[in-house]
Design a protein around this ligand. Structure first.
Ligand code: ADP
Ligand code: ADP
Ligand code: ZN
Length: 214
């Protein structure tokens, strides 16, 4: 099974991907996570991408597609892929078709998380993650059970993304509207788009996705 999770920043792609990985042993391919790792390691790609990411703009199609290509090459044929935050442009969607073919895969579903834009600013400005294991949290919607302690690994260190501020979020949403949303009709024509109400609770969204995948 190979799926794309599509939705604007804060829609819940990362949260749902983590759950699918846990539950079904699928692999999450998040270009955002790969880019942040490259920035942290100060690789040539990371150095190039940092300013673009801080501004909330899109990194080049070639850079992100190469990251996906490399990742797909390491995967066992029977491990399903969850594309999280990729493709984000028409060019990337086209490149992905070629990459899937190259790696002997085909796309089963494009799951669109439908969300209300006003709620996204609140989601993103409240987002933080465990500095040790990466588990995602939210200040009000999804805090750790014990304040200040990660549910999964017990760490007391947390971090926030530098681009999770209101101003950058607005730019990221514009990028989504202008460049990413237009890739949907092409997938729709193939009959593989499924819509999920991303404003429901995390558990309800998970159940809706399970109903599609079963
Ligand atoms: P979010 O989860 O909030 O949607 P991501 O973690 O997916 O954000 O992406 C963070 C940033 O990384 C983006 O704002 C963009 O600068 C860059 N990025 C991630 N994926 C892509 C992509 N497929 N194409 C271009 N830029 C990307
Ligand atoms: P994306 O990867 O699409 O940018 P995330 O999965 O990182 O989105 O979610 C953004 C923030 O919203 C996180 O802090 C997460 O805990 C929270 N969140 C995710 N799904 C929901 C939901 N269904 N309801 C409320 N908050 C959510
Ligand atoms: Zn943790």
């Amino acid at each position: 099974m190979n799926i794309i999770l599509l939705g604007p920043p804060g829609a819940g792609k990362g949260t749902q991907s983590a759950r699918l990985v846990e539950q079904y042993g699928m692999r999450q391919l998040s270009t955002g996570d790969m880019l942040r790792a490259a920035v942290k390691a100060q690789t040539p790609v990371g150095i190039k991408a940092k300013a673009v990411m801080d501004a909330g703009e899109l990194v080049s199609d070639e850079i992100v597609s190469d990251l996906i290509d490399v990742e797909l090459a390491t995967m066992e044929a029977d491990t399903g892929a969850i594309f999280d935050g990729y493709p984000r442009t028409a060019a990337q969607a086209q490149i992905l078709d070629g990459l899937l073919e190259k790696h002997g895969r085909s796309l089963d579903y494009v799951i669109e998380l439908e969300v209300d834009e006003d709620a996204l600013v609140e989601r993103i400005t409240g987002r933080f993650s465990c500095a040790n294991c990466g588990t995602l949290y939210h200040d009000t919607a999804n805090p750790p059970a014990k304040p200040g302690v990660c549910d999964v690994c017990g760490s007391t260190e947390f971090k926030r993304r530098p681009d999770d501020n209101e101003e950058t979020v607005r730019t990221r949403m514009q990028e989504y509207r202008a460049k990413t949303a237009p890739i949907l009709p092409g997938y729709e024509a193939r009959g593989i788009v499924r819509r999920v109400d991303g404003m429901a609770s995390i558990g309800e969204v998970a159940a809706a996705i399970d109903a599609i995948l079963k």
